[in-house]
Structures are given as structure tokens and as C-alpha cells.
Write a protein that binds this ligand. Sequence first.
Ligand code: SF4
Length: 428
Amino acid sequence: MRIHLKTLGCRLNEAELETWSRDFRAQGHQLTDQLNDADMVVLNTCAVTGEAVKKSRKLMSRTYRNNPKAKLVVSGCYASIDPTETAESLGVDLVVNNSEKDRLVEIATRELNLVAMPELATVPGENTLLTQGRQRAFIKVQDGCRYQCTFCIVTVARGEERSRPINEVVDEINALHNQGVQEVVLTGVHIGGYGSDIDSNLYQLVKTVLEQTDVPRLRLGAVEPWDLPENFWSLFGNPRFMPHLHLPLQSGADSVLKRMARRVKAAQFTQLVEQARATMPDFNLTTDIIVGFPGETEDEWQQTLDYVEQTGFGHLHIFAYSHRPGTRAASMPNPVSRDLIRDRSQQLHQLGERLKRETLERYVGHQFPVLIEGNAENLEQPWSGYTPNFLRIELAGDKGANLENTIQQVKLDCLAEDGDHLIASLVI
Ligand code: SF4
């Protein structure tokens, strides 16, 4: 069969899509990035915000409209929160809940009578990521979360914590590295909770990956700012473990963090920031902020702005509060008006852009090894990539030699006009 895979949402969804693509190919199926050519379409949906739900529904109806003959399989958080509505949607042949999505290929094969022909599996060892011009692989290490932050629908959609055995993760990374992948990102819902169900922890996982693989660059996906294991910071002593963390803060006001049922206070978050920067001066911290959580007063908002300013994050992901039925926050009083949320978001965007510029400017003149991303054929797009501490760079000048998926020493020459990345040159 020709199979088209599509995902919305987070890196975990992307990691799952990469696993499904490998599993379908191992069964002799072909992947196509053309929806209209597909015999079967698999969608990995998202429900983190009301907007994401709308996008998931739109994607399902567009898929059916553009290719009504194809079998349609839907999984992911939207399908798990509302399986009935998903199953009744036009053209949907199969709904696979999040709790079973690791076995999606097996379930689809059985339920839709797919014919598996492993002998037809093409070019063993060819990596779909690299053939798609992508250089970074997302590795699912954990799923689910034991906490119930009051705004969060993910914990509802993904259920209890489940960790993948360390040796399975190591084998997957070694296989990808043998196929040419040079950077992997360990991802999950609450990776700080990794191992809680298998008597292990994130320290053991990262330490073992660094010891039993040779992949040059290892990153972590978003990490909640609690449950970090002992000795966690010592892991960054290994130059293959990239000194950047995305630590979702959500609010800088303890009173809001309390209403969100977050397991952290501003002062504790500051301790993590100080530990990171004591570990490595170039350590880059980025974060998520929710704007307009129910009841957010002017004073609480000012506390968030002040906290973000003091901490000097390298990048902000800014989310307007999204009313999610099924969460406790949905029934909280004093909703913040959309106009006020828009004004506060604009304020935070401006602050975020200034802090990002200041972070990038601090590194002008420095040299770093960068994994070069991009596509040799596309002469419009300059070579680009990220420094170990996740600063985005673009190489100046003509494209020249094919540097795709190579690690190059670069010098950071100046800030780009848009203030969003740095212009760099190769160190010969
Ligand atoms: S810790 Fe993260 S995934 Fe868990 S409930 Fe809170 S926001 Fe959701």
C-alpha cells in the first residue's frame, strides 16, 4: 500500500509518526507525501488548545474530501478525548486511542486487513528522516503524566505514565545513528517522570544513552520544572549532551501557579535556572507562558513580566489561555477577556523578542560546532542549524559544497536583521 502519514501538535506526535513510518516500511508498504496518491492515510491529532481541535477536525474532513477512496486511520489526543465523534466523522475507518497507539501498525493491519509483505521492504537502513531533508530525530521515551495541571488536557488524553525500557531506546538511537542521524531529541509528556513505572529515572536513561551510543548530539524535549533526578546537572559535563532546556514556567506569579496546580513556585524555578547557569555559562533556557489564565489580575501579570525579564529566557513560547472542557480550569471564575489576553500577549511578545536579541547578541564572535540542516538542491535556502545551546544560525554567502547533515565549526558573525537568528561563517 501507499501510505500517507500526517501529524499535528507536539514533538511526541512527531516521534510517533517516525516510528509508524519505519514500522509500515518494514511491512513492505511505501510512504507517500502526496495525500491524493495514498491508499491509506494515518492522522495523529492534537487537542492541546481549542484551535488544535479545530485543526484536527479540518484535517480529517480535508483528507476525506481530497481522497475519499483512501482508508482513514485517526489517532492522537483529539481522537482519544472524543473517540465517538471521531469515529462518526466522514470517511474514518479506524480510531486508535493514545493508550494503544504504539501498536497502531499492528492494529491497522488486523482491523483493515492490510497485506504485509516484509520481503518488499525497500533499502534496509535508508532513513526516511534524512530522505525528507530532516536531520533531527525525535525519540519517544515516555508517555502519560501523573499530574493534573488545571489547564492541561494532555494528561486526560494520554493517561498514566509509561516508560520505554532503556535498552529499547538505546537500540533505536543506534539504528538511527547507523543510518546517518547525528542528533536525537528524547521526548515524552513528562520526561522528568521517566522511569517512575520501571524503577529507573531520567538520569539513568541519559547516562546510558551517552555510554551505549555514539550519536554526536543528544537533546531533551520539554521538561517540566520538577521531578528532575539527583545528579541531573552533572550529565551536562558530557559535551554530547546539549546545554539547552525548555522548562515550561507558564506563569511568574505563585498565586497563578497555585491555581494551575503546578508543582513549582517561582523561587524554585529560579533555583533550577541558577543550577543550569552554574553548570554551564552558555546554558540556554527557553520556556512556555500561558497568557490570561482565569482570574489573572494586573498585578499577577506584572509579576510574570518581571519574572521573565529577570530570568532572561532565550526564547518564549506564548500561549493564549485556551478554555478546554474536561479540565478544572474550565470551570474557574473570572475569565480574562480576549482583548486583554491579546494586549498582554503583545506585551510579552515584545519582551520576548528583546530578550532573544540580547541572548543572541551575547554570542557574536563566539565559535560553535553546528549540525548543518537544509537541502543541497534548494539554493534559495541558506544552510542553517543550531548551536549546542540551541541558537539558530544561517551561513552567509553562496551555498557552495554540500554540507547537509554534517557538523561544522562556525563563527557567529552578527545578528540577522529580523533579530531571530545569527549570521555565521565556516571556520576553515
Ligand atoms: S505536568 Fe505537563 S503534561 Fe502533566 S498535567 Fe501538567 S502540563 Fe499536563
